[in-house]
Design a protein around this ligand. Structure first.
Ligand code: MN
Length: 481
């Protein structure tokens, strides 16, 4: 966190509102609380923290996991005596209030994009953007839920694990690690003896899994030529001078490596990424902090923050929220086996989609300035974004053109995902802006960041939308030259 006064002041405001929400939850005589949350890691983790706080004071609750807030979604939420919207809601507060959800607390870290001011008595809103704190970097919804839970005296090691995993899931870390509230939460967890922070190679399954699998299943960043190719991963290791197996025949893991071997492997991987055109920043992001959750069994995937996050991610994207929430509430044993099986299934599906796209060129259509990957009837909308990122970062398409992917969405609509290779990021193309303009033009909605965006459009608008994006990207590219 920046050490200037405004940020400290922001933090104290944040804590004040967290207190107010905690008090209002405590003092309410509601018979049923409803938590509405987003399906991603941060959403599931934040809902879990709040649900545990409610359980501690013996209140009844239900959790509703949604894709986004709109009229149709709000209509599916059953009547309750108290509503807590988390990881979403700030931008739709007007609509939520209009639809009669009260009492209402919104705990969200997305920028509240609304044109009207809302009276205090209608809404308690915990949002860092209201206090000059960057909700994109400094705190996730899970971190905010953690602040509320703390005011309800309901913080323990699991609350900290969830808060850290939520921030990891939302990619709030940069090369220097966490900043702001996230950093404070990690520090608190370390001080309490719940978390150990080390520096290492951030590959999948490190340090437990066979190193071949660590290379072959790392998707963040994607390792071109290695991800989803165990044979290539083995050749890569051998070229670095690291045998795939130990003398006793068991697979070598990251834990088995000497310091010298770790640095040899790190150097080789970073070099590999640089040769493939990755920026030094992305290549170096392979090296970073690893958060070990000391109260989780060493035998499970929940022992490390990045893997904990991936388990929740799989549960959310495969629509098995119940299992993700059970993990968040502290269930282990059988439920954890189910969650780990889901994680395998998620990876298996990604690999399947990738080989499908690789082997059948008819999914990809190349236009003047963009390429369109039509995965309607193939890929669930919740996996479209992750898949598009992999297609672009692993050079499975022409990286000189932004990629627009399509899949079916609920209510007969089309989900759109836009990704652009980072080598294009210096150009004038802003996909967030283009997708917002183009989706709204055809009666849909959308937006996002410069290199990654998404949205929803009506089915019949597909061709108009695609042509419009093609021409907007063309114009933007020309401006850049
Ligand atoms: Mn979030």
């Amino acid at each position: 966190m920046s050490s200037n006064g405004s940020s400290l002041k922001g933090l104290s405001h944040l804590n004040d509102v967290a207190s107010q929400i905690a008090e209002s939850i405590n003092e309410s005589s509601a018979r049923l609380y409803t938590i509405v949350t987003h399906y991603d890691v941060d959403g599931l983790a934040a809902a879990s923290i709040l649900a545990r706080a409610l359980m501690r004071i013996e209140r009844s609750f239900m959790v509703r996991v949604v894709d986004q807030i709109d009229k149709e979604t709000l209509e599916t939420i059953p009547k309750s005596d108290y509503y807590i919207f988390v990881d979403l809601g700030s931008s739709n507060a007007d609509l939520i209030i209009k639809k009669g959800f009260k009492p209402l607390s919104i705990i969200d870290h997305h920028e509240p994009l609304r044109s009207t001011t809302i009276a205090n008595r209608e809404l308690q809103e915990l949002n860092p953007h209201n206090f000059g704190i960057n909700g994109g970097k400094e705190v996730s919804a899970s971190g905010l839920a953690y602040l509320v839970a703390k005011k309800m005296n309901s913080v323990d090691h699991l609350a900290a694990y969830l808060a850290i995993s939520g921030a990891v899931g939302d990619r709030q870390e940069d090369a220097q690690g966490f900043v702001g509230v996230n950093k404070l939460i990690v520090q608190e967890a370390i001080n309490n003896g719940w978390v150990k922070k080390t520096i290492g190679l951030r590959l999948y399954g490190v340090p437990r899994q066979p190193l071949i699998k660590s290379l072959a299943y790392t998707v963040d960043p994607l390792l071109p030529g290695l991800t989803y190719d165990e044979a290539a991963s083995q050749r890569f290791l051998e070229a670095v001078g690291i045998p795939a197996k130990k003398s006793n025949g068991s697979f070598i893991t990251y834990k088995d490596l000497s310091t010298d071997e770790v640095s040899k492997l790190a150097t080789a991987l970073i070099k590999h990424l640089l040769i493939k055109g990755f920026s030094p920043q992305i290549a170096n992001s392979l090296f970073g902090y690893i958060y070990e959750f000391l109260r989780e069994s060493e035998e499970t995937q929940l022992r490390y923050a990045h893997e904990f996050a991936q388990v929740l991610n799989a549960c959310g994207r495969l629509r098995r929220h119940g299992i993700g929430l059970a993990i968040g509430l502290g269930d282990r044993g059988k439920l954890l086996s189910l969650a780990e099986a889901l994680f395998l299934e998620y990876r298996r599906r990604l690999a399947h989609y990738i080989s499908l796209i690789r082997s059948d060129s008819s999914y990809m259509r190349v236009l003047n300035n963009i390429q369109v990957l039509d995965l309607k009837n193939v890929v669930d909308e919740r996996m479209l974004g992750s898949l598009s990122s992999i297609v672009v970062s692993s050079y499975m398409c022409d990286v000189a053109k932004p990629l627009i992917s399509l899949s079916h969405s609920a209510q007969g609509k089309i989900k759109v995902s836009a990704r652009m290779h980072e080598s294009l990021s210096k150009r004038e193309v802003n996909l967030g802006l283009i997708i917002k303009l183009a989706t709204e033009h055809v009666g849909g909605s959308g937006g996002g960041h410069k290199v990654a965006a998404g949205g929803i459009i009506p089915q019949e608008a597909q061709e108009v939308f695609v042509k419009l994006v093609d021409s907007l990207v063309g114009k933007a590219l020309k401006k850049g030259i």
